[in-house]
Design a protein around this ligand. Structure first.
Ligand code: NAD
Length: 425
């Protein structure tokens, strides 16, 4: 029995709690491998700061609603906390804590000087008008204001948030500071100090990880992508551009399939104009969850946590799974897939392109300078490829899966930082 994963009452297991148990399970395995002592394991298993806030929202009809918001800084031993903000009705403090912990290992793994954080508001943003969304975002930011700042904790987009959300956050923070502080968020619009290459960075990283893991020509390799949002849609596009045959994609509105390969550019236009992929005419409709079980070479879960579980893992036929989303595979599913011979490129490696270019955006903001898209892409590629080859070598040398190796490297670096800094007081 793990010392980190507490025993639980089944009725209380939310998807967020499951995500946190997954994160603690991976930490536990890495800590065991590294031989970390009990006290350090407890430190790494516990967030440094967690804030839960109530966010009152004035609706257009005058009603007052209150939603819950969160900001968790998991670890700041290697630098300021960094992590996205999610607007989703299912989010809770456990999910945000799990996502913050994964950010800590991810930043350490790819060698950028950040700790891990995450934020969230338990709300369906599609149910709010733009003005309601802006008011809610600004009030949420005001509530978490003591935690964030360019040298303390730097938010970015995640599920349900985008460049506009980041612009409102940057403005709210700047009004409070009395001057413009572009470095307080990343993933901003270009006009406010955003970086070239940031909007496609996570997907570009997933493409680099997929092609590195394939180890052969991408020509004709079949791919299915779950989630057609910021990460999934551009991942599908970049893989199609590289020569892969993306045969299926899905979003919350439905799944579409074309055995000869989808026209991803056409589908992106359709989804933007129709609010999702449902109804796209040049493909067949597919039951949503069937996408995960298609006979394809590569499966890319790029939606939410817990997509592949022990229930459907035995039916997953792809031999390469590249995690665009955070935590899409439960530990039980991970074991089933690995035992069946599948290779899984884990989230903390596969989707690290986003935080890498967020870091580059922040560096540019701190220097009031900007790099060309070519320079940004070169740095992104360099960091992704070195992290990939480091993980692959460690896995081969120690007989680990890519996920275990990635965690051993990430957790090991954070543990080392703790040991070097010592304990105050
Ligand atoms: P998004 O809100 O832009 O897109 C999410 C997509 O998933 C939407 O298309 C939605 O319809 C779809 N979806 C939700 N439930 C689904 C289901 N059951 N079946 C199929 N599709 C479903 O969010 P995003 O920014 O693309 O994030 C996706 C994942 O990638 C998350 O796990 C996020 O934490 C992770 N991630 C995002 C970034 C980033 O830069 N945005 C970086 C690293 C990791």
């Amino acid at each position: 029995m793990s010392i980190l994963v507490p025993s639980k009452t089944p009725a209380l297991i939310t998807p967020g709690r499951q995500a946190l148990d997954s994160a603690l399970h991976h930490l536990d395995q890495a800590a065991e491998h590294l031989g970390l002592d009990h006290g350090l394991r407890r430190v790494l298993a516990t967030p440094r700061r967690s804030l839960t806030v109530s966010v009152p929202v004035r609706r257009e009809d005058g009603r007052l609603d209150v939603v819950q918001g969160f900001r968790v800084q998991h670890n700041v031993s290697r630098g300021p906390a960094k992590g996205g903000i999610r607007f989703h009705p299912g989010t809770d403090i456990h999910e945000v804590t799990a996502l913050a912990m994964w950010m800590t290992w991810k930043c350490a793994l790819v060698g950028i000087p950040y700790g891990g954080a995450k934020g969230g508001v338990a709300v369906d943003p599609t149910g709010l008008t733009t003005r309601e969304l802006e008011r809610m975002t600004r009030r949420y930011v005001n509530e978490i204001l003591p935690l964030i700042g360019p040298e303390k904790d730097i938010p970015a987009p995640d599920v349900g948030t985008d460049e506009q959300t980041m612009a409102w956050i940057m403005d709210t923070y700047s009004v409070s500071a009395g001057y413009s502080v572009p470095g307080v968020v990343t993933g901003k619009p270009m006009t406010l100090g955003g970086s070239l290459g940031r909007s496609g960075a996570t997907s570009r990283g997933v493409q680099i990880a997929t092609l590195s893991a394939l180890g052969r020509s991408p020509e004709g390799v079949t791919v299915a992508v779950q989630g057609f949002g910021k990460v999934g849609a551009l991942t599908a596009q970049y893989l199609a551009d590289a020569g892969c045959k993306v045969v299926a994609v899905s979003d919350i509105t439905g799944a579409v399939y074309a055995s000869g390969g989808l026209d991803i550019a056409g589908l992106r236009t359709w989804a933007a104009e129709n609010g999702g992929v449902h109804g796209y005419r040049n493909a067949d409709a597919l039951p949503l969850d069937d996408l995960l079980e298609l006979d394809v070479d590569v499966l890319i879960p790029a939606a939410l946590e817990g997509a592949i579980t022990e229930a459907n893992a035995p039916r997953v036929r792809a031999r390469l799974i590249v995690e665009g989303a955070n935590g899409p595979t439960t530990p039980e599913a991970d074991e089933i897939l690995t035992a069946g011979g599948a290779t899984i490129v884990p989230d903390i490696l596969a989707n690290a392109g986003g935080v890498i270019v967020s870091y580059l955006e922040w560096v540019q903001n701190m220097q009031a300078y900007s790099w060309s898209s070519g320079e940004v892409e070169l740095k992104l590629r360099d960091l992704m490829e070195s992290a990939f080859s480091e993980v692959k070598s460690m896995a081969a040398a120690r007989g680990l899966t890519l996920r275990q190796a990635a965690h051993v490297i990430g957790v090991g670096r954070v543990a080392e930082a703790h040991q070097m800094r010592g304990l105050y007081p």
